[in-house]
Design a protein around this ligand. Sequence first.
Ligand code: ZN
Length: 81
Amino acid sequence: MNNITCECHLCDINNESTDKYCCQTKVNKLQMTMKQYEDICKDKPPIITVDNTEANRLFNIWNEHGCKYIVNEKTGIIKFL
Ligand SMILES: [Zn+2]
């Protein structure tokens, strides 16, 4: 397993033991930062819109993990630093 390259292609949704290769899983396990995820992952889902409750939940998690980000005032798009 490697945290500096995207290994999402090794991930098979039908095989749970390959979950560890997904960048999303690495982020959830704090093996990869959101910034790394943004820069490295080649298999990101499309940009999604979340409501304020979900946004606040995510902000709390990122703040807890010391994750730095900026929110574009106009578009609401979040960029990780
Ligand atoms: Zn990836």
